[in-house]
Design a binder for this molecule. Structure first.
Ligand SMILES: [Zn+2]
Length: 265
């Protein structure tokens, strides 16, 4: 038990989980993911933080769901971030406080950014003071709400090249700003897009592999057209190698695309 585990737990919850009100006083901490390795890492962190493993259920779409009722742990987590909901309050499913129900927004208030109401979610301040913790935090965040992407593209002359990036998806404008700042603090040159932060330079992708990486065995999700099911760290290695030898990765991607097309026909 210690502050490190709590901060890392916050990383899991801000990306793929949350804390929801239960009854009049208590809270439920939850986390969901389709990746068994990510679920195991979350559970390990949860046990280190509070000695409990939570209840796991599996949804019909194969998503694993962990729940833990713990007001004590929830209150500790609220000291890092006043909310663990990272979407605007009025996006689906609409925030509980807008339906008059008890929620972190109702207790801690909300913030308006460009006229849109957001929960007071933020990156724990502790990660800005400790680079090792910052790297561990980003590894979790990037494994849950981020990844590695590489797609073949054609230039004007018709020759193939690779578009490579490490990305973190984040909708909350304050959190996007903070995650960008955190990457800058660690010596990266992140590029901010709407809802996404990207590392696109060779040096940055190399540095990400050496200093951060993804949770061991974490797989690329179904959202990826080509690489779904492959290990994120394996693809990261292939992307790094491709700067020396692009043809190998190009052939690999074209082969996947070809077999995907066959399986669709
Ligand atoms: Zn709200």
């Amino acid at each position: 038990m210690g502050i490190r585990q709590d901060v890392l737990l916050a990383g899991f919850l801000l990306s793929d989980g949350g804390i929801t009100a239960r009854g009049k006083e208590s809270w439920t901490i939850y986390f969901r993911n389709k990746d068994k390795s990510v679920i195991e890492e979350f559970q390990k962190t949860l046990i280190e933080a509070c000695g409990k493993r939570g209840y796991i259920t599996k949804r019909s779409d194969e998503t694993l769901f962990i729940r833990l009722h713990s007001t004590k742990l929830a209150n500790r987590l609220f000291s890092f971030s006043k909310s663990y909901r990272t979407k605007a309050c009025n996006t689906f499913p609409v925030c509980r406080h807008l339906r008059g129900k008890r929620s972190s927004c109702k207790i801690y208030g909300t913030q308006k950014i460009d006229g849109i109401e957001y929960p007071k979610a933020e990156i724990p301040k502790q990660v800005f003071k400790n680079k090792k913790l910052a790297r561990e935090f980003l590894k979790i965040y990037a494994s849950c709400d981020g990844g590695i992407s590489v797609v073949p593209a054609r230039n004007k002359r018709g020759s193939l090249f690779l578009v490579r990036k490490v990305l973190i998806s984040v909708k909350h404008p304050i959190m996007s700003e903070q995650l960008t700042k955190l990457l800058l603090n660690l010596g990266f040159s992140p590029v901010r897009y709407k809802d996404q932060i990207r590392l696109i330079k060779r040096e940055d992708i190399q540095k990400f592999k050496e200093e951060i990486g993804f949770i061991k065995d974490a797989k690329v999700s179904n959202n990826s057209k080509y690489l779904s099911g492959y290990e994120k760290n394996k693809i990261l290695d292939m992307v790094i190698d491709s700067y020396r030898n692009p043809q190998e990765l190009l052939n690999f991607l074209l082969k996947i695309r070809f077999s995907n097309r066959l399986s669709r026909d």
